[in-house]
Design a protein around this ligand. Sequence first.
Ligand SMILES: Cc1cc2nc3c(=O)[nH]c(=O)nc-3n(C[C@H](O)[C@H](O)[C@H](O)COP(=O)(O)OP(=O)(O)OC[C@H]3O[C@@H](n4cnc5c(N)ncnc54)[C@H](O)[C@@H]3O)c2cc1C
Length: 406
Amino acid sequence: MLGAGMVGVSTAIAARQRGLSVVVIDRREPGSETSYGNAGIISSGSILPLNTPALWKNLPKYLSNTHPALRWNVPWAIANAGWVIRFLASATPSQTRPRAAALAGLIGTSLQLHRDWIVKAEAGHRMRETGWLKAWRGDGLAAAKAEQAALAEFGIRSEVLDRQGISALEPNIIPAYRVGLLHSQTASVDSPGAVVKAYATMLAGQGGAVRQSEIRRIVPEGDGWRVVLTGAEIRARHVVVALGPWSAELLRPLGYRVPLATERGYHQHFVPNPARKLLRPIHDADGSFLMTPMEQGIRVTSGVELTARDAPSNYAQLEAVVPMARSVIEFGEPVGERWRGARPTLPDSLPMIGQAPRHRGLWLAFGNQHIGFTTGPGTGAAIAAMISGEAPPFDTKAFSPSRYIA
Ligand SMILES: Cc1cc2nc3c(=O)[nH]c(=O)nc-3n(C[C@H](O)[C@H](O)[C@H](O)COP(=O)(O)OP(=O)(O)OC[C@H]3O[C@@H](n4cnc5c(N)ncnc54)[C@H](O)[C@@H]3O)c2cc1C
């Protein structure tokens, strides 16, 4: 298993549960990268990615490059015009429902597994079953109702709230919002990195190995694979690439050019006010940012920055939303450093889950965009089933790697 983020660790757990012998390799400790810095939402309702028809309506304001929801780097967009065009081309009504259906299957399986594993991994105390509140400062009623209807089509429950309803739910926040939509089947955790670590500890307890090393290359050898690490090699029958935003590089020497971009995002923690406790993550719909109560404090996470994965940080987007967050929650000084991560995203915003087209035993499990913390377990369960020659627990056709690589 290459990568010890939520996707890699989950895949290893699911493979081990099927009796396969597994080694997870990562240069860092489990859950130290993207799976550490996210908003910790285990979302029942994230079936509509960023590139839906609504994107066209919002495009004029995004083009200004000042909106907190989306910043984009012009030279990057020109150099990656192919990705941008395919991303926009997916934002059609005809492509929205099939993708939502595919994601609903992946998410449904993932939620069940999280709820089971988090207890078995002795991290159940980290999970809150308080839902996730999306909230509008202005008249968001039509948007809330439209989202509720879209979710209801897939049996996903939500509740539209007015100002009083929001105050009853979150009595300690400043009443900044007029309309809310509570995703009532969504859960959240107080430390996503700690949850991945707990899953990795559970895996080790079940006989899986976790090894810390840089992965340099993968080479087909006989009917298996040689994984070249720094100063060591491992041979395996199957290799799963679950390297999140780093996944495409390792595949290039094998002739696969995967159109994987990164939707970068930032977070910063703030000292919470114990007398004004936040009970669940809030998504501020106008500012396109999130506030989540975490072990380290209130975590404010930013919207999307479309640029190269390793380009220097630009904190402007995060800085723009912190005052907006303060107008909702009373919190104190910043805690620790600001963090930057990269959501790994394919043009249709669906992950790749399946075998590489030209290489037996090479499995691809990445591209989980904004919902990889949620969807790691389902992704892993599908890959482990496919390796074992079983039917995956949900329909994986839409996630086939062959839609982008041959
Ligand atoms: C700001 C922000 C907020 C988010 N909020 C949410 C949320 O609330 N809910 C949700 O479900 N998702 C959320 N996400 C998305 C989610 O965090 C990601 O989709 C998910 O973490 C991806 O997991 P992964 O295992 O694919 O990648 P990662 O967690 O990045 O794991 C990949 C691993 O590969 C390792 N690696 C890479 N290259 C090498 C190499 N050459 N050798 C050795 N190791 C290597 C890395 O060290 C890393 O540990 C958010 C993301 C961001 C940025």
